[in-house]
Write a protein that binds this ligand. Structure first.
Ligand code: FES
Length: 157
């Protein structure tokens, strides 16, 4: 048989338990937010300069797309190298090489570029960018996307 006021006391204990639980949860939430605030926001971007393999990995007369770097590696028939961005200067979609027509085409809004990167159609405001490519000391090709070069720049190996 319940004693007088026992039901009331139980309800009060339940209420206090929920209240203390809410206080503890809010303190833990504030601690978590403080710890998160102390951890710096780091933007992980791909490296601006990188190696793309050995010269013999590319056949003379080829245009090779490297998707993870968004560049084209162009090896001329004389064996020289050039690297061209695959990023469209309009809204940064990735352009594709159409070998049969020898043009680059952007699938987003239809910009087209010659095999020299000059814009011939579409909303792109300018040409595709050429990047410096050099030979690293270990004999691999080294691309620096921070260094833009003219369209006639070539690495002869
Ligand atoms: S992003 Fe290439 S044409 Fe718009």
């Amino acid at each position: 048989m319940p004693r007088e006021g026992e039901g009331k006391s139980l309800a009060r204990r339940t209420f206090l338990g929920i209240g203390w639980g809410a206080v503890v949860a809010s303190i833990l939430g504030m601690l978590a937010a403080t710890v998160r605030f102390l951890v710096p926001n780091v933007l992980f971007e791909p490296a601006a300069s990188f190696k793309i393999g050995k010269p013999n990995d590319y056949a003379p007369g080829s245009v090779t797309f490297i998707p993870e770097r968004k560049i084209f590696v162009i090896r001329a028939l004389d064996g020289s190298f050039q690297t061209l961005t695959a990023t469209c200067p309009h809204l940064r979609c990735v352009v594709r090489w159409i070998a049969e027509e020898r043009v680059y085409e952007c699938p987003c809004h239809g910009s087209r570029f010659t095999d020299r990167g000059k814009v011939t159609a579409g909303p792109a405001p300018g040409p595709l960018e050429w990047y410096e490519v050099t030979l690293a000391t270990d004999g691999r090709l080294y691309v620096n996307t921070l260094v833009q070069v003219r369209a006639d720049y070539r690495l002869t190996v």
